[in-house]
Ligand binder design. Structure first.
Ligand code: NAD
Length: 301
């Protein structure tokens, strides 16, 4: 039986760790704010008091942390994963971070004979809970094969996307597509509402045509119910669009709509909505048309 050290038990990490337990793995989890580890303990997992304790004795270490500096601190920092992992350990970073940081983690891991895969995921909290995430994996083919049973426990579309940094590059493209979809869905809802159209019927028929998408299917019901608890925080999507714009510039690629949507998400965040779900783009679209001012009510002063 494989022992997994799981670091970062937030919106995504907690349900992923639960699915790994269900699949029969021994899971020892660590989260910086300890209360987030409670669901793991209640499900029969072990809770560690530090990264080192979670990593000790683990065959596989999974990180699911918010941003690049968090992964750098937890993996490369003092008392981090690489200080404690045994040679041969498989390190799977499922966080969405900058491709250059992923490459630096892989290089540092190789120096310690730790086998690193970067494996960002898509599918949101629902995908994490259902164990149906899409996973974009970069790393050696042998290491990818060795991780198959771990990936199968948390995902349903698992693709080895190629060389260094490519997992994060594909994930950046994913975030660009999702952000664009979501902004247009928000604008369409404001537009339909302004015309007095019955929104649930409109969403049903749109979902059956070319405008249908996973974004529409998963996000429209919450938007209609005006539920904006995350899910996927605006703060995290702001981070991801920064990764997209930096990587596009580095490749000399023009991404005009990405820049525009990045600005809209930056504006939403600047108005205090960083901890709401990214579907709160609806609140901003409404405000832009002077239709509601709920954004002001839902965000702290
Ligand atoms: P989250 O903020 O809910 O969870 C991250 C957890 O990591 C938190 O519980 C935090 O306390 C913990 N943490 C931070 N630094 C730590 C450290 N040094 N050691 C231990 N624990 C630490 O975020 P999330 O929504 O679960 O997202 C995690 C990553 O997955 C992000 O990179 C995000 O972009 C990506 N992602 C999120 C979603 C989503 O829908 N939420 C979907 C796909 C990918």
């Amino acid at each position: 039986m494989t022992t997994i050290g799981f670091i970062g038990l937030g919106v995504m990490g907690a349900p992923m760790a639960a699915n790994l337990l269900d699949a029969g793995f021994h899971v020892t989890g660590y989260n910086r704010s300890p209360e987030k580890a409670r669901p793991l303990a209640e499900k029969g997992g072990r809770v560690a008091g530090s990264v080192a304790e979670a990593v000790a004795g683990a065959d596989v270490v999974i990180t699911m942390l918010p941003d690049s500096p968090d992964v750098e601190a937890a993996v490369l920092g003092e008392g981090g994963v690489l200080d404690s992992a045994r040679p041969g350990t498989l390190l799977i970073d499922t966080s969405t971070i900058r491709p250059d940081v992923s490459r630096a983690v892989a290089a540092a891991a190789a120096e310690r004979a730790v086998r690193a895969l970067d494996a960002p995921v898509s599918g949101g909290e629902a995908g994490a809970t259902e164990g149906t995430l899409s996973i974009m994996v970069r790393g050696e083919a042998g290491d990818f094969a060795a991780a198959a049973s771990v990936f199968d426990a948390v995902g349903s579309t698992v693709v080895h996307v190629g060389p260094s940094g490519a997992g994060q590059t594909v994930k950046a493209a994913n975030q660009l597509i999702v952000a664009g979809h979501l902004e247009l869905l928000a604008e369409a809802l404001v537009f339909l509402d302004a015309h007095g159209v019955d929104l649930p019927s409109a969403i049903t028929v749109l979902g059956g045509g070319l405008a249908g998408s996973t974004v529409l299917a998963r996000k429209a019901p919450g938007m209609l119910a005006r539920r904006f608890a995350p899910g996927f925080r605006v703060d995290l999507h702001h981070k991801d669009l920064g990764i997209v714009l930096d990587a596009a510039r580095a490749a000399g690629v023009a991404v005009p709509l990405a820049s525009h949507v990045a600005d809209l998400i930056a504006s939403l965040r600047a108005q205090g909505a960083g901890s709401l779900d990214h579907s709160a783009l609806l609140l901003q679209a409404e405000r832009l048309s002077g239709r509601h001012n709920e954004l002001a009510e839902r965000t702290p002063e």
